[in-house]
Design a protein around this ligand. Structure first.
Ligand code: FAD
Length: 426
């Protein structure tokens, strides 16, 4: 089985995939968005709703990138915990980041509801502690969130009660958040694309932006045409390639793999995850999984750091599945695929402007379903002159990755392999 996206469970169960035009000739617009994932589509949708003329250029098809391939876990908060954010940036900035994370979660729900997006929204997220020390940390974190952020939907689950949430004996405890949820990643992206079409956005597919000339008017060149725009938005994330070297320097593309089993039947599926919650463990290279609407286990695990998809995805993920659920030994795997995410050094997204009219958002570090949706909206706000919320992210210092473009991959691969080894050694 190969890592091509056609093997994806999401493609096999996609709703509303439609062919869109290719760009031929010259276009003029207010805003040209490059990339039709959550970032680009949310940005385009919000701008069009505000009355702006928007063109989206997508190299493949809407939702082709991480947005159509991910675990579908809508996890409350930033990728970095609030206590760590307070240490790094001070309480006021950490609080603003927390509030934005809550807004991001509400935004996803609101977009699904207001655009009637069918994407199997389902409640609950469980962070599963693989070590006693992680369980203690999660217990204190639940107390910290309650005491300092008045956050009451998360509760600590002691080890003895874990089987009520998930039937895995490896976990020492965990945090269950009933306000987090999970969804069909691609159908959510396709729903945003449809809503954008309806709002008047022109989405062009199979049209990679080849070159961007910045200036008062930005000119974006494609194979058979060009777009002249007052603003450009880079929403390419880990699929950026060499379109912009400055943006490439702060993100590291990582390939991550997901497989879905055959449908397990109601009772077998429910026996695996009685709570129905999405689960992610506390390892550095984490296992994350959930049940799909048709009763499969959708399981993500296994990474490679070169940004290349490997050939035998199912065989990468299977050992992870069987370690967590030995009862699934030999289970039939129907779909397996890979996708690329982008991480930054501080594990927080990188938002900013390259020039006064060239915006970007990228580097969600594995937690982008909600935050990328929000980032698109924040860029839309900033383009309309309201940059206060955009600046909460844009003011974070996101350093370039060490080693320059040539050496950073091997260096980071080495560092991350060390962390993966540490996970295994316990
Ligand atoms: C396997 C996997 C599992 C994940 N699991 C989760 C999860 O459970 N929960 C969570 O919150 N996050 C998860 N993530 C992260 C999340 O999916 C991403 O953060 C989010 O989708 C990023 O959205 P985006 O729109 O910025 O980028 P993408 O969805 O990657 O979209 C970028 C788009 O830009 C296009 N593009 C690139 N270059 C050009 C160009 N030159 N011209 C035109 N178009 C171009 C690409 O074709 C692509 O469609 C996961 C990611 C992966 C890969």
């Amino acid at each position: 089985m190969t890592a091509s996206r056609s093997d994806s469970y999401y493609i096999a169960t996609a709703i509303g995939q439609r062919a869109r035009a290719q760009l031929n000739g010259a276009r003029e617009t207010d805003v040209c968005v490059i990339g039709a994932g959550y970032t680009g589509l949310s940005c385009a949708l919000h701008l069009a709703k505000a009355g702006m003329k928007v063109v989206v250029l997508e190299a493949e098809t809407a939702g082709f990138g991480a947005s159509g391939r991910n675990g579908g876990q809508v996890i409350t908060g930033q990728r970095v915990d609030q206590d760590e954010l307070e240490r790094r940036y001070g309480e006021a900035h950490a609080r603003s980041l927390w509030n934005l994370a809550l807004d991001a979660r509400s935004l996803v729900r609101a977009l699904i509801a207001s655009n009637a997006i069918e994407c199997d929204e389902s409640p609950g997220h469980f962070t599963a502690a693989v070590r006693e020390s992680h369980a203690r940390d999660l217990e204190s974190y639940v107390e910290f969130l309650q005491a300092r952020y008045n956050y009451s939907t998360a509760r600590y689950v002691p080890g003895a009660q874990v089987p009520e949430i998930v039937a895995c004996h490896n976990y020492k405890g965990g945090m269950l958040d009933s306000a987090s949820f999970h969804l069909h990643a691609l159908n959510y992206a396709l729903g945003l694309a449809r809503a954008s079409d309806e709002a008047g956005v022109e989405i062009f597919e199979h049209v990679p932006a080849r070159r961007v000339d910045h200036g008062n008017n930005v000119r974006i060149e494609t194979a058979n045409g060009s777009v002249s725009a007052k603003f450009v938005v880079y929403a390419c994330n880990a699929y950026l390639g060499d379109l912009n070297r400055t943006l490439a320097r702060t993100i590291m593309p990582i390939s991550n793999y997901i497989a879905t089993t055959e449908p397990l039947g109601d009772s077998r599926a429910k026996a695996l995850i009685p709570s129905g919650a999405a689960v992610a463990d506390t390892k550095f290279v984490l296992d994350y999984y959930r049940l799909t609407a048709d009763g499969r286990l959708l399981f993500g695990g296994g990474e490679s750091y070169g940004g290349r998809d490997l050939a035998k995805v199912a065989e990468i993920v299977r050992p992870h599945i069987e370690r967590v659920f030995p009862q699934l030994k030999g289970v039939k795997i129907d779909h397996a695929w890979g996708g690329r995410l982008a991480i930054t050094m501080p594990r927080l997204p990188h938002l900013g402007r390259l020039t006064p009219n060239a915006y970007f958002a990228q580097g969600y570090s594995g937690q982008g379903v909600a935050i990328a949706t929000l980032a698109g909206k924040l860029i839309a706000e900033a383009i309309q002159g309201q940059a206060a919320r955009f600046d909460v992210y844009a003011s974070l210092k996101i350093p370039e990755l060490p080693g320059g473009t040539l050496f950073r991959k091997p260096l980071l691969a080495l560092a991350l392999t060390w962390y993966a080894l540490r996970d295994r050694l316990g």
